[in-house]
Design a protein around this ligand. Structure first.
Ligand SMILES: NC(=O)c1ccc[n+]([C@@H]2O[C@H](COP(=O)([O-])OP(=O)(O)OC[C@H]3O[C@@H](n4cnc5c(N)ncnc54)[C@H](O)[C@@H]3O)[C@@H](O)[C@H]2O)c1
Length: 428
């Protein structure tokens, strides 16, 4: 009977997608894992060579990671406007089994890329949202379980210390039961000038789906309460290239205990304002003759810089700087290292894959599969890393939100019986 080798080299990492999130979080995190012995060879695949050249030539990344390389696919020698939409499939087909794949392409491609990666026996970390439909999340969960592969969803706000503190405190009964709350995340205006204008169109996505999902996931993470209905309305506008998108959204999510969360999102925080963006969460909770509250001011974490030049977010001089999500800071080694909950989330997901491989090294194929499934079920139950099994409420919410926003705010119910599904509410 064949066995898996006993020792495990660090997993090779294929990052599919070379855009903003790869530059701002994924690649630096994986490079740091590589130089500390926790990741192997790194390949980055994009639709064309242009974003890969931008990654290679990024002054910030060169300064922080001197001498670090990744294999670019397509090669930088390819003309920047030549597209390779299926190249990632060829790369996946050539990989050794159960290495790491990070999926960082636009939302609407996650489903096909994640499925392709699982079909090629790879562990997967996908940026949020995993997919846009519950059935797709369920299919991915089944496929991964069948093959004993880990799928993580990069909901990094779960790794923010304030979220972890709130989760613990809520479970210990320190706040009471969530009853009424509001969340907002308004991204900077300059996003409208980025590649977003090519894919952030009304028919594909909206601010609630794009960023509201972070706080919907967080309230579920903290309270364990399942959403049962929602209504999302949008405000449309034009991107600089003329494409129409929802630039603003407001949603109301109803939870299984009757609680309500209002969620406001947009691509429109003024570039010259100090916050970089505007975000936070406020939850009022009912106790016994006394109430509790959780408030997170996530855009202003107490650090303010005034730069000599306009090097702040969106070209601003004066900024509220968050030390908590992702920063490059001096460390004992060369260059700078990434710190913050963004880095910790990527690291925790890739380390989970490595742990699964290490703990099953040397077992027969059959025993290794059984053990990998057990380890993954343990991660699902623990509920810290977001997986298809423990975060599928997000796909239900996203699916319901798309139905609702397109119908201008009609309420959509989320039902869990006989199987999870969403349904437009009938108005009598
Ligand atoms: N806070 C967060 O969690 C966060 C923040 C930003 C983005 N994201 C998510 O990351 C994903 C990407 O966002 P972004 O801002 O980096 O977008 P982007 O438009 O900057 O980059 C998308 C990248 O995908 C690549 N791509 C598209 N089709 C491809 C294909 N067939 N093969 C290979 N590469 C392909 C493009 O070349 C591009 O490099 C989205 O799902 C988004 O929701 C999450």
């Amino acid at each position: 009977m064949s066995t898996i080798p006993k020792t495990c080299d660090p997993l090779n990492v294929l990052i599919i997608g070379g855009g903003m999130i790869t530059h701002d979080l994924i690649l630096p995190s994986v490079w740091h894992l590589q130089r500390t012995g926790r990741a192997g060879k790194i390949t980055v695949c994009a639709l064309n060579s242009a974003p890969l050249r931008a990654l290679k030539e990024s002054a910030e990344l060169q300064q922080a990671f001197p001498g670090r390389e990744f294999e670019a696919s397509p090669a930088l020698s390819e003309p920047p406007d030549r597209m390779f939409p299926a190249l990632y499939k060829e790369l996946l087909a050539r990989r050794a089994p159960r290495q790491a794949v990070v999926v960082a392409v636009p939302d609407q491609f996650h489903y096909e890329v994640v499925k392709e990666a699982l079909g090629r026996d790879q562990h997967v970390l996908c940026v949020k949202p995993l997919v846009l439909k519950y059935d797709h999340a369920h299919e991915i969960e089944q496929l991964a379980r069948e093959r004993g592969l880990f799928v993580g969803v990069e909901y990094h706000k779960r790794f923010d210390r304030r979220s972890l503190m709130a989760k613990r405190g809520y479970a210990l009964g320190h706040f009471g039961e969530f009853a009424m709350g509001e969340a907002k995340l308004i991204e900077p205006y300059y996003y409208r000038h980025s590649n977003f204008q090519n894919w952030f169109t009304c028919d594909k996505t909206d601010p609630f789906v794009y960023i509201g999902c972070h706080y919907v996931d967080l309230v579920y993470f903290i309270t364990g309460l399942k959403p049962v209905a929602l209504s999302v309305s949008g405000v449309k506008g034009r991107f600089p290239n003329g494409n129409e998108g929802y630039l603003w959204s407001n949603g109301r999510v109803r939870y299984e205990n009757g609680a309500l969360l209002s969620v406001t999102d947009g691509l429109g925080y003024p570039d010259l304002a100090a916050g970089s963006n505007d975000q936070g969460l406020l939850m009022y909770c009912e106790g016994k003759n006394v109430n509790g509250m959780i408030e997170h001011r996530d855009n202003d974490r107490g650090v303010r810089y005034s730069y000599l030049e306009g090097i702040g977010c969106g070209g601003s001089h004066y900024n509220y700087v968050s030390p908590d999500f992702y920063r490059l800071v001096p460390w004992e080694g060369p260059g700078f290292k990434p710190v913050g909950y963004g880095y910790e989330s990527v690291a925790a997901n890739l380390e989970a894959m490595a742990r699964i491989e290490t703990e099953t090294a040397g077992l027969s194929e059959k025993d290794a599969l059984v053990r990998r499934r057990e380890l993954i079920a343990g991660i699902d139950r623990q509920g810290l890393l977001a997986t298809p099994a423990n975060s599928f409420i997000n796909e239900l919410v996203v699916e319901a939100a798309r139905l609702s926003i397109i119908a201008d705010g009609v309420w959509v119910d989320i039902r869990y019986e006989p199987k999870p599904h969403v349904a437009l509410r009938q108005i009598r």
